[in-house]
Write a protein that binds this ligand. Structure first.
Ligand code: NIG
Ligand code: FE
Length: 412
């Protein structure tokens, strides 16, 4: 099946995958073709060009995109879409003045979500998670990473990862799974180190054996997992062939970035608190920095100081962090808007960070993240809008008309 898209106002992010994520001048630019056509065959982008030099092509269907933009779908490289129930009560507690940390100390937070998830059946967990996945696809997300970490027992962590596996089977967008056993210390364990030993010796081997995860993750944070725990997790993951992508520097900077850089891990995510020393360590690694501005927005904490990262030519990606506690939204359009409004990225930089650089953060740069021949036909068509900068400018407005994944239009 060949489909020809014609009269595209502008075809955005037209670029081959480079070897490395974008930094410097390349990060500032958004290559495009105005008045364009695009040809896809089955799941793949075949060719594109300017309308004025449209060759005679054989095709089965034409889609007129007059006044509309086409850009690659968002790549959300950090989510916790699989969870049970919600934490709306904690939302109200925070409105009334309690902090995120106080709520966690009083039995709320991650342990609260874990309790609910442990009591939720596989089928029910699948249905709740699927609903969120469907929703973000309609909002333009065309590839996603999903973490475990609300199970915290072998049984419940495996349940989460099997839900992710079933989503992978039933949905055509690329989904990567991360094992985040070290998300919070369950009460039954005396120390975080003791729980890490359990996670490494009793949960990880089965996950690896059943190929249920692509990556390993840990919440490296004061009051959660320290540097020693974090290094054990990174090393154990590596032994089983799982690269690390870690939560670090959300509230405090205490050496997690240095550790991540030493192990040259795939990505460091959050970074709301960042020292000059952290930046210097990151500079020496191939690690991608992932900012999660919706989390900062929702919790009222610092926004990742991305200027420091950009000036140091550290590759930057954007993700949603969709989860029940710190970011109950997976809307990447809002993330891109916030990145412009609060992180002071230009629309070009924000779109790069949420597409091609984010694809690098999931090692999917050869398949998705830009409009290039032989890449997957994963893209979105906007409504008729005046310019692509209108996407982040008109925050909260749904400017997306159609989402195409693997060459198929996604129906509501
Ligand atoms: O990425 N920071 C750690 N984990 C999640 C939120 C956890 C929760 O509150 O449920 C995050 O923000
Ligand atoms: Fe997270």
């Amino acid at each position: 099946m060949r489909i020809l898209f014609t009269h595209i106002k502008s075809l955005l992010q037209v670029r081959e995958a480079n070897k490395q994520a974008l930094v410097g001048a390349a990060f500032d630019e958004l290559p495009k073709i105005d008045q364009a056509w695009l040809l896809i065959e089955d799941q793949i982008i075949i060719d594109f060009g300017e309308m004025k030099s449209l060759p005679k092509l054989h095709f089965d269907q034409e889609v007129n995109c007059n006044g509309k933009f086409i850009l690659p779908t968002w790549v959300d490289s950090h989510t916790h879409i699989v969870y049970a129930g919600n934490r709306e009560q904690e939302f109200v507690q925070r409105i009334k003045g309690k902090t995120y940390a106080e709520i966690a100390q009083n039995g709320g937070g991650i342990l609260n979500s874990a309790k609910t998830l442990q009591q939720t059946s596989f089928e029910e967990l699948y249905l709740q998670s699927e609903q969120r996945l469907k929703e973000v696809i309609q909002l333009g997300t065309g590839a996603v990473e999903i973490k475990s970490g609300y199970g915290l027992t072998k049984e419940a962590e495996l349940k989460m990862l099997k839900v992710i596996q079933k989503l992978q089977e039933n949905y055509s967008l690329p989904i990567k799974a991360s094992f985040l056993g070290a998300h919070a210390q369950p009460k039954e364990f005396k120390t975080s180190a003791e729980y890490v030993t359990y996670a490494i010796n009793h949960i990880l081997p089965e996950i690896a054996e059943k190929s249920l995860a692509d990556y390993i993750d840990v919440f490296c944070e004061d009051g959660y997992f320290d540097l020693e725990d974090t290094e054990r997790i990174i090393k154990a993951g590596n032994e089983y062939g799982l690269k690390a992508k870690i939560h670090v520097n959300q509230f405090k900077s205490f050496g997690g970035i240095q550790l991540a850089a030493k192990h040259n891990i795939l990505s460091v995510d959050h970074l709301e608190v960042l020292t000059e020393e952290d930046v210097q360590h990151l500079k020496k690694a191939d690690t991608i920095a992932v900012a999660l501005p919706s989390c900062s927005f929702y919790l009222g904490i610092n926004y990742t100081p991305v200027k420091q990262l950009i000036d140091a030519e550290i590759p930057l990606a954007l993700a949603s962090d969709f989860n029940p506690g710190s970011t109950p939204s997976g809307n990447m359009n809002f993330v891109v808007s916030l990145a412009c409004i609060k992180l002071k990225l230009t629309p070009e930089q924000a779109i790069n960070a949420a597409t091609i650089n984010a694809a690098f953060a999931l090692e999917l740069q050869d398949e998705i993240g830009s409009i290039a021949k032989d890449k997957k036909a994963n893209f979105m068509i906007t409504k008729p809008i005046p310019s692509y900068g209108f996407l982040p400018y008109a925050f909260g407005t749904n400017s997306i008309d159609q989402v195409w994944i693997n060459g198929k239009r996604q129906e509501h």
